[in-house]
Design a protein around this ligand. Structure first.
Ligand code: HOZ
Length: 432
């Protein structure tokens, strides 16, 4: 453990709960203490002790152009010279909204907020206001931020830390959320037939990326669209992770399914705090001040995040962007998979676009029940060996690796070589 990081962690624990400002940053599931970083550049992070790491967390997704992209940094600096927030309209929010509407097929109007959690919170309130219904459907192992109603059987840090039901969420709130297994269309159809008229919305990550990466089965998203439309249930795609990542128009562009509402964040802000929710005009116009569903934000639409987001989306619109990202990601997947095979480890490297997870599991999971039985101890060993060798992965089996446009072929190949070396010394074989 690097010395300066350890000292900082000791100090952090005295004044910050658990020493971290978000539980996923802790190393509880993998052992050891979290590193403290001084800077990032391109695909690399540098800790306070001066060690370099090839980074596959990428701030949990926003940094699709890598760390400290010069154009984004310049834009933020220029924006700051004119003031950081007005609490009043500015031209940049109109431009970013226009870019979002042009890019995301299911979005006709969009409202900016400050985080993905705010986006999902606002989207379910809007769905309830629009339908006049109370129940919410979510999928086991999907994570939609730390909204009370959506923390039920959630993925990400909740799954990693094994917190089944969070104290602080009133039972009466949790009761309004029905949880179904991901990728199980029959369960959705049955529920809709029995209780469709009580259900306001169904929220889903179109590609699950908070239980590790689990792709939708063929026909799953189409089926969700069909069933929700039939029963007047608002279909919400949570594209906080997949938005602008799987395609400029996100998973809905890739799979050609338009939800009623979409939640966004991460990449949209170019590395600054942001969230957004958008969708069909008829629904979005129910938000205040146009309608009577209230939602607000002091810093929403601030020029810094807007200008970073505009620069980001314009960069991503360049021809060939997603083809390059796909090629880079496929190269890493192949490299990691072959490293595992050569080490005699039945690790499954599951990938959708530039999202992937090396599952310490003998077979491909299709839902949380399948992902949850991964060997988390083996993952922890792999994580530590990779870290020692200069690769920074998510400190949990149940998260995604993020490939950015800043990762070079040489860095990806080096990562695969490091994995080969790291896995070689490990002893593991699932009984499954
Ligand atoms: N949503 C991300 C984890 N899958 C990271 C956000 C956080 O919880 O810090």
């Amino acid at each position: 453990m690097p010395t300066l990081s350890r000292n900082l962690f000791d100090k952090a624990r005295q004044v910050i709960p658990g020493g971290v400002n978000s539980p996923v940053r802790a190393f509880k599931a993998v052992g050891g203490d979290p590193l403290f970083f001084a800077r990032g550049a391109g695909a690399c992070l540098y800790d306070v002790d001066g060690n370099e790491y090839i980074d596959y967390v990428c701030s949990w997704g926003p940094l699709i152009l890598g760390h400290a992209d010069p154009e984004i940094v310049r834009e933020i600096q220029e924006a700051a010279k004119n003031g950081t927030s007005f609490g009043a309209p500015n031209p940049h929010e109109v431009e970013l909204a226009r870019l979002v509407v042009e890019a995301v097929p299911g979005i006709e109007k969009v409202r900016m907020v400050n985080s993905g959690t705010e986006a999902t919170l606002s989207a379910i309130r809007l769905a309830r206001g629009f339908t006049g219904r109370d129940l919410i459907v979510k999928m086991d192992g999907c994570y939609h931020g730390h909204v009370d109603a959506l923390l039920v059987q959630a993925g990400s840090g909740v799954a990693t830390l094994g917190i089944p039901g969070t104290p602080g969420v009133p039972a009466r709130v949790a009761e309004q959320t029905i949880v179904l297994p991901y990728n199980d269309l029959d369960a959705v159809a049955r529920l809709a037939t029995e209780r469709g008229r009580e259900i306001a919305c169904l929220i889903v990550e179109p590609v699950a990326a908070n239980m590790g990466v689990v792709p939708p089965k063929p026909g799953y998203l189409e089926g969700l669209r069909e069933i929700t439309a039939k029963h007047g249930i608002v279909l919400i795609f949570d594209e906080v992770i997949t938005g602008f990542r799987l395609a400029l128009g996100g998973a809905q562009e890739k799979y050609r399914i338009n939800p009623d509402l979409t939640t966004l964040g991460k990449i949209l802000g170019g590395g600054l705090p942001i969230g957004a929710y958008g969708g069909r005009e008829e629904i979005m116009d129910r938000i205040a001040p146009e309608g009577n569903v209230y939602q607000a934000g002091t810093l929403a639409g601030n020029p810094l995040a807007m200008r970073a987001g505009i620069t980001m989306l314009k960069r991503l619109r360049a021809p060939g962007t997603y083809e390059r990202l796909e090629a880079l990601s496929a190269r890493l997947q192949a490299g990691l998979q072959s490293a595992a095979q050569d080490a005699g480890m039945p690790v499954r490297v599951i990938r959708v676009g530039s999202l992937m997870t090396a599952f310490f599991l003998g077979r491909d999971p299709v839902d949380w029940a399948g992902a949850a039985v991964a060997d988390t101890k083996a993952y922890a060993g792999y994580f530590r060996r990779m870290l020692e060798r200069g690769v920074y992965l998510a400190p949990s089996q149940f998260e995604a690796m993020f490939v950015s446009l800043a990762h070079s072929e040489a860095q990806l190949d080096r990562t695969a070589e490091i994995a080969r070396d790291a896995l070689k010394g490990m002893r593991w074989g699932p009984s499954a």
